[in-house]
Design a protein around this ligand. Structure first.
Ligand SMILES: Nc1ncnc2c1ncn2[C@@H]1O[C@H](COP(=O)(O)OP(=O)(O)OP(=O)(O)O)[C@@H](O)[C@H]1O
Ligand SMILES: O=P(O)(O)O[C@H]1[C@H](OP(=O)(O)O)[C@@H](OP(=O)(O)O)[C@@H](O)[C@@H](O)[C@@H]1OP(=O)(O)O
Ligand SMILES: [Mg+2]
Ligand SMILES: [Mg+2]
Length: 342
């Protein structure tokens, strides 16, 4: 491993087929990052600019071959991954046990915590973050495990206020896990398919904040979101409206001409507190939060979604932030190893 030489120049990256690990002797001079990602993710994240910048900073990305034992590959300093399935989780857990010198981003069981929309937001609810800069909570929600006919009753008992957003309980990255609906009346709730989470819809002026976290770094962007639902609309409409993947289809709202009270970003100190707490409680370093501000209440925020290893490719300047993060990991690992030496 070679430490950061701060050479930021971007040049065309070499792919692994152009430069074999053996030829470069990377275990001596490079931070080797093994990655196990879907082809979609490789395309959106591992762009030439990132690979080029990384290479100039002494970082080499190497694809993990899922058909070969992980221990036979590398050696890696860091393993980056976002794949699903129990088998893969077990492989990673075993690898973490047998290779404590490798930083696996992030631990599979911590990621698993985000694959359920109830446990996902539990940390935020437990934190009950309320301070000078504002209050952060989660919308009131109810989990329905089975029996759709019981939903109207359960909603009344829980005192949830319509409209409600219905989200599949499982958030495992599958297309189905992103199929959401907006329910305007209690009766129609029976049409929904459990297991799901019913969450109060919070009017927020049609704009949400995506808060990207990469280790200690935080970056916020604005995205268009679902528009507010007025009382009049609520009284006029009935039924369940399915909506496709709004958050990914939604355009950036960073350059839009928005009402300043809607556009104003959440206060930095609040986000720093929140990110720090969540990093600790979730045990994760790579994630993002979808945050909304209750319309008309400047300092009332709600976290509505947390995603592991999100679309960093859409985060401005992610190449620099990510490579700096990888170097900081390698450096702290290097210091630790050397402090053990007599
Ligand atoms: N409680 C809520 N109040 C208001 N709008 C909401 C609420 N929950 C979700 N939304 C809207 O629905 C969108 C999708 O919800 P959510 O982010 O939970 O789904 P997701 O499929 O996990 O999204 P992602 O693609 O970010 O993983 C949000 O981006 C937001 O526009
Ligand atoms: O790649 P994309 O840009 O679409 O990233 C999206 C990412 O998809 P990918 O991990 O398959 O790439 C999603 O992951 P899954 O929930 O489906 O696991 C989720 O994290 C979204 O929130 C990301 O969008 P963002 O929040 O950053 O806008
Ligand atoms: Mg979301
Ligand atoms: Mg999500």
């Amino acid at each position: 491993m070679r430490l950061n030489d701060d050479n930021d120049e971007e040049e065309g990256p070499k792919t692994m087929s152009q430069c074999s690990i053996g030829h470069l002797q990377p275990e001596k001079s490079f931070v080797i990052v093994g990655y196990a990602l879907t082809s979609k993710k490789v395309e959106s994240f591992l762009k030439p600019k990132l690979e080029g910048l990384a290479r100039n900073k002494g970082i080499l990305f190497v694809a993990i071959d899922q058909n070969r034992p992980l221990s036979d590959q590398g050696p890696f300093d860091i393993v980056l991954h976002k794949l699903t399935g129990k088998e893969w989780r077990q492989i990673l857990e075993e690898y973490r046990r047998t290779h404590p010198e490798v930083t696996v981003l992030d631990p599979p069981d911590a990621i698993q915590h985000l694959h359920n929309r109830q446990s996902m937001l539990q940390c935020v609810a437990d934190m009950n973050l309320s301070e000078t800069y504002g209050k952060v909570g989660v919308p009131r929600q109810l989990v329905i495990k089975r029996d759709s006919s019981s939903i109207p009753d359960a909603v009344t008992k829980a005192g949830l206020i319509l409209p409600l957003v219905a989200k599949p309980l499982v958030a495992d990255g599958s297309a189905k896990s992103h199929e959401l609906s907006l329910a305007y009346d209690e009766y129609s709730l029976q049409k929904l398919e459990p297991p799901l989470v019913l969450q109060e819809f919070v009017n927020h002026g049609g704009v949400l904040f995506k808060v990207y976290i990469v280790g200690e770094a935080i970056k916020v962007v604005r995205r268009f979101s679902l528009p507010d639902v007025t009382k009049r609309e609520l009284s006029k409409n009935a039924g369940v409206f399915r909506f496709p993947r709004v958050s990914c289809a939604a355009a950036s709202a960073d350059d839009a001409d928005l009402d300043p009270s809607v556009a104003e970003l959440p206060p930095r100190p609040l986000l720093e507190r929140l990110a720090k707490e969540l990093r600790r409680r979730l045990g994760l370093r790579l994630f993002n939060l979808d945050i909304i501000r209750e319309h008309g209440r400047r300092d009332h925020f709600y976290v509505i979604d947390i995603n592991y290893f999100p679309g960093y490719g859409k985060m401005p300047g992610y190449e620099h932030i990510f490579t700096d993060f990888l170097l900081s990991l390698a450096q702290s690992r290097y210091k630790k190893v050397n402090s053990w030496k007599p």
